[in-house]
Design a binder for this molecule. Structure first.
Ligand SMILES: C[S@@+](CC[C@H](N)C(=O)[O-])C[C@H]1O[C@@H](n2cnc3c(N)ncnc32)[C@H](O)[C@@H]1O
Length: 271
């Protein structure tokens, strides 16, 4: 199983959606206390830069939250309409809605069980809602959102061109796509060509690989403990690989530069 996790991007396309649905079901099953509400590798500040200020109850998710914060903090999202594609277990959607006060925040994911979980778990967060849908065919009208947020999800899609063109369609004129994802260095130019092909202008490109590696190192013990206490032994190796704990092939790939991690602000250009 851990090999399947590591080779996700090379999996035949028909297997990807069922794998996510299987994964979400397992998380729902083993995380009865609803502790694991993020599924990303996190972000840590470097060179003595201070980490962000958080309320006490968000402290355990600090590094995963900081990745979301890094993605949105240069955009002016207060009072704006926001869509997140690939919102997973909704931790980032909840953080952004509570701390940045958009007018509306819609989390969308392809996995029905994660949407059911989110609609129940975050029902008290004002202006936040969740809807099931496919990134490649967004269930929203043209020119609906000021910003689309996408964290560690685009890499999973069967047809990224369709995704970028759909985001372009649902963004209002001058809207922006705020994206962070892992990428093999040899794929980087191809990814940027896809942004351009959809009509986006790259405003900001940041290599955050060192921040992600530092976050994985600081968060590894917490991730391991969660997995060791919540999942059956037979699944622990695959969960740890997926979680990128220190010593796994996923962590090693980040630490040695086999995998890089980039964030982008992409502008809907007026063609
Ligand atoms: C690595 S998780 C990241 C989740 C969340 N962004 C976070 O940081 O916690 C990737 C998410 O993308 C979702 N996903 C995969 N393919 C998708 C698709 N075609 N459309 C929408 N969501 C998809 C998965 O179900 C999963 O929740």
């Amino acid at each position: 199983m851990s090999r399947i996790v590591e080779k996700y991007a090379e999996l035949p396309k028909p297997f990807r959606k069922p794998l996510w649905q299987w994964w979400h079901k397992k998380m729902n099953k083993y995380d009865g206390d609803n502790i694991a509400n993020f599924m990303n590798y996190g972000f840590s500040y470097l060179n003595g830069d201070p980490e962000i200020q958080l309320q006490n109850n968000d402290e355990t998710d600090r590094y995963c939250i900081q990745l979301y914060d890094h993605v949105v903090n240069k955009a002016e999202i207060e009072g704006k309409d926001i869509l997140e594609v690939g919102s997973g277990r909704g931790g980032g959607a909840s953080y952004i809605t509570r701390y940045y006060k958009p007018k509306s925040y819609t989390g969308m994911d392809i996995t029905p069980s994660s949407i059911d979980f989110c609609n129940n778990h975050y029902k008290d967060v004002e202006d936040l809602s969740f809807k099931c849908g496919n990134a490649e065919k967004l269930p929203f009208d043209d020119n609906t959102f000021d910003f689309v947020v996408n964290v560690e999800s685009a890499r999973c899609y069967n047809n990224q061109d369709a995704f970028f063109s759909e985001v372009f369609r649902v963004l209002k004129p001058n809207g922006k796509l705020l994206l962070a994802d892992m990428v093999y260095p040899e794929e980087l130019e191809g990814l940027k060509n896809k942004f351009n092909k959809a009509g986006f202008i790259i405003t900001t490109e940041t290599d955050i690989s060192p921040n992600v590696v530092a976050a994985l190192e600081k968060d590894s013990a917490r991730r391991e403990h969660l997995i060791d206490t919540k999942t059956p032994k037979i699944l622990r190796k695959s969960f740890k690989t997926f979680a990128g704990t220190v010593g796994t092939s996923r962590y090693n790939n980040f630490a040695t530069g086999v995998f890089k991690y980039y964030s982008y602000i992409l502008d809907k250009s007026q063609k």
